[in-house]
Design a protein around this ligand. Structure first.
Ligand code: XIL
Length: 716
């Protein structure tokens, strides 16, 4: 079963969240503080705004809550501010600057010199001929001075020159700089001059060179080379702006890390100036771009979330040199890339995405954790398979061979991460390690390769999520109780029984204790149900119910009993669909009570009485147990709900129940279990409540529940 889905199912059963809210896309509550607060010890979090963003009250709310540095997306560029020589248009720029002044927010000025969005008067005459250098410099100087002076009270830094370095590839003998009109007129010198004019106009402003494809190794080297030459020539440059128009496939975090390291050898200030992460393979600052797709798949959202998460991890590491990270636009609705590119942390409705939480709710302790390199093959692996591996801290590491794939995601990850994104290793394989230690115990998972869902060929298969999934086991500290040991072992045998009501042969697995074949004794029986998405294999294959029984019997902790595991007919019901609430347990009740129980009583040495018959189930099997035990009080004397809801004293009144077990993981709303157990006990019932520490809606919870429940069954 998928964790997320089942958190929902579990909550439904335990009544933890209001009806209707359980299964939709997970709602992220409106934040009470912002990214700027989460990153206050690291760097400023900025945003590029248009004029609507600073006039619409709803958008203002988001801007003021989240950000503490503001860039005008277009309003301070050369063309918008001075479309014709000497004709200034300050309206939009003033509106944004005044908003910042009123709210005490300092601005990043963007941008003084750029080959785009610039009036051609700056560098050519009316006939289209390039101007003489002196005239161009005079134009540049008066423009730069006018704007820098006007906003010097509110602008703390400027992107002085934008995008002057050539894109890759640069062929031998070609200039490292963009062949723009400015470059044609003055060569590299125009860049130096722009910085000098800006410095004269405001000696206090931090001055940046800004560019895209800033982490691509060859271009970042050219950017570095330019800035180094400027520094050597005594040009007043303070920092490098990495535009950071990235995508979900790249750059790699090593490339980003390498670029930051390289830049930090030549400047003391690095800003990410225009961050966005689009869902297609385009990159960079080109003004023609892929428009993206109408719908963004969940796996693409996972890639994006991972790219954001890993990027901010790298940025936090470099907080000494990085002092501002600016998102290029507030929400997807504003984005210059268009809403279909899904590039930002706020969606088209200005609502935070899951990726927002991932960026914001980082754990500083995890940033510096050393992963211990004692990885061993998981015990769920197929013979001879090295991967996946687990280490002593509970990290899982995956390796998948898929040479032509563009993305590989493992569905296992922490919190709401949606999975672990693998990256191409040097040998062409895809590798990745979970972002932190996983919960102890067994986890189902699968791979998503370029959007297609597959199993990991490294592992055995386990039926969950209505299919045979991959599985991994994070060794639990208490794994001994379900370990395969040198003790007498019972049998798990398949039985086939005819079911009139469904007109077919059905399957059950029957555990008989080790001494069953040696004695003539009759045994009590536990009917033990799996959860939604699982089948009759689950309890012994991944649940190790037989080993738990063998060990308990060997230690003399329980009287031996038979366990019967059959398919609960749950898989046609989809949690999230309308079916769950209306799920009719009657069909299974008939199969179980009127067909299977008589079959088992006829074919095994059972004590065919209510007092010696128990029913228990996990998750949806718990819902079945709840309903069937109450509907057929003459059948079962012992009831068990494992992450599958609770009983209250009123409903069990008159059933003649001998004992009730209710349990769940500590990560599943355990108070409801504790409270319900207390109420049952106060009402005089033989009830036990149990909470499995540190586990969620997964099999270690249920293995432990069986361990705790078995000793109380059939005791009176
Ligand atoms: C973009 C704006 O977001 C768009 O509204 C405008 O039409 C074009 O420019 N690199 C830069 C930014 O430095 O100024 C660009 O902004 C995006 C690429």
């Amino acid at each position: 079963m998928k964790k997320i889905l089942f958190a929902g199912l579990c909550a439904l059963m335990l009544g933890a969240i209001p009806a209707g809210a359980q299964f939709g896309p997970r709602m992220i509550p409106e934040p009470t503080d912002g990214l700027k607060d989460a990153y206050k010890d690291y760097f400023k979090i900025g945003v590029a705004v248009n004029n609507r963003n600073v006039t619409d009250p709803d958008q203002i709310k988001v801007v003021l809550r989240e950000f503490n540095s503001i860039t005008a997306e277009n309003a301070m560029k050369p063309q918008p501010t001075e479309p014709k020589k000497g004709e200034f248009n300050w309206k939009d720029a003033d509106e944004i600057a005044n908003f910042c002044r009123a709210n005490g927010i300092k601005m990043r000025g963007h941008t003084l010199m750029w080959h785009s969005q610039i009036g051609s008067w700056m560098y050519q005459d009316e006939k289209g001929n390039l101007l003489p250098k002196e005239e161009f410099y005079a134009n540049m100087k008066h423009h730069i001075q006018a704007i820098v002076e006007r906003y010097k009270d509110v602008v703390y830094c400027w992107d002085v020159v934008n995008e002057a370095v050539a894109d890759s590839p640069v062929y031998p003998g070609r200039p490292e700089l963009r062949d723009s009109p400015m470059y044609k007129i003055a060569g590299e010198e125009f860049i130096y001059k722009a910085f000098e004019y800006a410095h004269e106009a405001d000696p206090d402003a931090l001055l940046f060179y800004n560019d895209y494809n800033d982490a691509e190794p060859a271009k970042s080297q050219r950017i570095f080379n330019l800035v180094k030459r400027m520094k050597d020539a005594g040009v007043p440059i303070d920092g490098i702006g990495m535009q950071a128009h990235y995508n979900v496939y790249g750059p790699t975090m090593k490339e980003v890390d390498d670029a930051i390291k390289l830049y930090s050898t030549v400047v003391d200030h690095i800003h990410l100036t225009e961050l966005d992460i689009r869902v297609n393979e385009d990159m960079g600052g080109g003004l023609r771009f892929n428009q993206g797709k109408a719908t963004v798949a969940d796996w693409e959202k996972t890639l994006q979330q991972d790219q954001y998460t890993q990027l901010f991890k790298v940025l936090r590491k470099h907080k000494d040199v990085i002092d501002c990270v600016t998102f290029w636009n507030v929400s997807d609705k504003d984005s210059w890339l268009g809403v279909r590119n899904y590039p930002l942390l706020f969606d088209e409705n200005y609502k935070p995405k899951q990726a927002y939480l991932a960026v914001k709710n980082f754990d500083p302790k995890m940033d510096n954790v050393e992963i211990i390199e004692d990885f061993k093959p998981s015990e769920c692996n197929q013979p001879g398979q090295e991967y996946p591996m687990v280490n002593s801290q509970g990290y899982a590491r995956f390796k998948v061979i898929a040479p032509k794939a563009t993305s590989v995601i493992v569905s296992l990850g922490l919190g709401g991460s949606g999975g672990t994104v693998l990256h191409k290793a040097e040998d062409g394989s895809w590798m990745g390690t979970t972002d932190g230690p996983m919960d102890e115990g067994f986890h189902y998972y699968h791979l998503t390769v370029d959007g297609g869902v597959l199993n990991d060929p490294g592992t055995n298969n386990y039926y969950g999520s209505t299919r045979w999934e991959s599985g991994i086991e994070i060794p639990a500290h208490d794994a001994d109780f379900y370990a395969m040991k040198n003790v007498p072992h019972g049998k798990v045998q398949q039985v086939l029984f005819w079911s009139n009501s469904t007109n077919q042969v059905r399957v059950a697995w029957v555990y008989t204790p080790a001494d069953y074949d040696k004695t003539k004794k009759k045994y009590p029986v536990l009917y033990l149900q799996h959860g939604w998405g699982e089948n009759e294999y689950a309890w012994w294959n991944q649940g190790h119910a037989n080993l738990i029984m063998d060990n308990l019997i060997a230690e003399g902790k329980i009287q031996p009993f038979i366990v019967v595991m059959t398919y609960g007919m749950t898989n046609d019901v989809r949690p999230g669909g309308a079916g769950l609430r209306g799920f009719n347990y009657k069909d299974f009740e008939t199969v179980l009570c009127d067909e299977l129980v008589p079959f088992v009583d006829a074919n095994f040495r059972t004590i065919a009485k209510k007092e010696s018959r128990a029913m228990a189930g996990l998750s949806m099997g718990g819902m079945e147990t709840h309903s069937i035990t109450l509907a057929r009080p003459e059948m079962f004397g012992w009831y068990g709900l494992l992450s599958g809801g609770t009983y209250n004293p009123e409903e069990v009144q008159g059933t003649g129940v001998k004992g009730i077990f209710i349990g769940c993981g500590s990560k599943e709303g355990p108070d409801q279990i504790r409270n319900a157990a207390k109420k049952l006990q106060e009402a005089g019932y033989n009830a036990k409540g149990y909470v499995s520490e540190g586990t969620a809606h997964e099999f270690l919870t249920w293995r432990r529940c069986l361990l705790e429940m078995a000793p109380m069954l059939f005791t009176k």
